[in-house]
Design a protein around this ligand. Structure first.
Ligand code: CMC
Length: 380
């Protein structure tokens, strides 16, 4: 019988999971049974990280314990900061983050044990250290000294503090929290699959997360938020959006960044929440340009996709770009912010993978030549 090929693993289920469910037809996303819209409205990132690693939301005491467990880990080894100082100026933040995660293994006394206790211990470190790493790199490449975390601040608050050196307002911290909650988890997306597939060889957490960071960086995945802002910056004004979109769609292989999804056939619920956040920020800041351009791009895409009978809607990376712009982040930091959030989801999946592992080893249908005879090099 001919094997079935599912290119891009489209429609393939690799295992069961308790962490996250996506209903792509109804535009629903749940983390362990809780609707993402409710979590984005009401939960902190720490509550969500706890939820992803446990059966349920934490009680007040459990949350305080979780925060205390994170606190000792915010600092990163000084050798990593030294490495950042030596990086060429043009080094992209995602390359820096990926290298830093890989280096962290060298400074861990027990990097290789994949018992659940040890995986959880490393997870706490990584959740605390990702924001420190991303913020420190951003400051160092601009000639600024890294800022040590303030143990009294939340992860969202600390991330803003470590980026800017100023204590963030409650409003900015809340926007950051919402962004982190929305990006924390998303089932078997490419980077999570890569993390699980890497862990399935029973290699260590640092290797699996290094691979995941590399996967997230791609423009078809987490790198799309950076591409969205680069496009908006290059387009420059609302009146040029239509031409830009039509030019891309003139090529059947053209892709407008920030639109489309493998699973959602209707609007990604995270995009809806981020659209509201972007609208509010635009009103409050008076800097409405990026939001207005985004709305125009959505309008033109809706019209053009409807004409073509396709279901291609904005995804999470579309409105997050204008949100981050209005928070003052440079475009190439958007994907590291995604990683700062997604580390909790990756770790939830590694806990599941190591708890009941089976090596992931798919196959390819060979279509190359057969029966060739080896010719000595002088005869080729
Ligand atoms: N612009 C224009 N047309 C699109 C787009 C887009 N962004 N996305 C999908 N389509 C069309 C595409 O032309 C195709 O039409 P046809 O069936 O006639 O060939 C149809 O929709 C299906 O597209 P696909 O590329 O085969 O779908 P996929 O499931 O393989 O790809 C995707 C999903 C996310 C890679 C793709 O939509 C894309 O390249 N989007 C732009 C990049 C992006 O925004 N990525 C972020 C994804 S969501 C968050 C995350 O993972 O980080």
């Amino acid at each position: 019988m001919e094997p079935t090929i599912n290119r891009g693993l489209d429609g393939i289920y690799i295992d069961t999971s308790q962490v996250c469910h996506i209903d792509g037809q109804r535009g629903e996303l749940i983390y362990r049974g809780y609707d993402i819209r409710e979590l984005a409205n009401k939960a902190s990132y720490e509550e969500v990280a706890y939820l992803l690693w446990h059966d349920d939301l934490p009680t007040r005491t459990q949350l305080e314990t979780f925060r205390q467990q994170l606190r000792p880990h915010f600092a990163v080894p000084p050798e990593i900061l030294e490495h950042f100082r030596r990086c060429p100026l043009a080094t992209q933040p995602m390359h820096a983050l990926r290298s830093a995660v890989s280096m962290l293994a060298a400074y861990d006394d027990n990097p290789d044990e994949v018992s659940l206790n040890n995986v959880r211990r490393i997870g706490l470190k990584l959740v605390a250290q990702f924001p420190t790493i991303a913020a420190a790199f951003e400051r160092i490449r601009h000639g600024l000294a890294p800022v040590a975390a303030d143990p009294e601040l939340s992860i969202a608050g600390n991330f803003l503090y470590q980026l800017t050196g100023a204590k963030p307002t409650p409003a900015a911290t809340r926007v950051m929290d919402v962004a982190l909650v929305l990006h924390a988890e998303h089932g078997a997306n490419a980077s999570t699959f890569v993390a699980r597939a890497t862990a399935s060889t029973l290699t260590d957490v640092y290797s699996a997360i290094t691979a995941a960071v590399g996967s997230l960086k791609g423009p078809l995945h987490g790198g799309a938020n950076t591409e969205v802002m680069k496009a908006l910056e290059a387009i420059g004004s609302v009146d040029k959006i239509e031409r830009y979109v039509l030019d891309i769609l003139a090529d059947p292989k053209g892709r407008v960044m920030g639109f489309g999804h493998r699973v959602y056939r209707v609007l990604d619920p995270r995009a809806n929440v981020l659209r509201e956040v972007a609208e509010k920020l635009a009103e409050e800041s008076g800097e409405s340009k990026w939001f207005e351009m985004s709305l125009e791009m959505e309008r033109v895409m809706d019209r053009e996709m409807e004409k073509r009978g396709k279901q291609v809607k904005p995804n999470v990376d579309f409105f997050s770009a204008s949100v981050y712009r209005m928070l003052g982040f440079p475009a190439d930091m958007y994907t590291p912010i995604f990683a700062v959030a997604r580390i909790s989801g990756w770790m939830a999946h590694l806990l599941e993978q190591y708890a009941d592992n089976r090596l992931m080893r798919p196959q390819l249908v060979y279509q190359g030549p057969v029966g060739r005879r080896f010719k000595p090099i002088a005869e080729r």
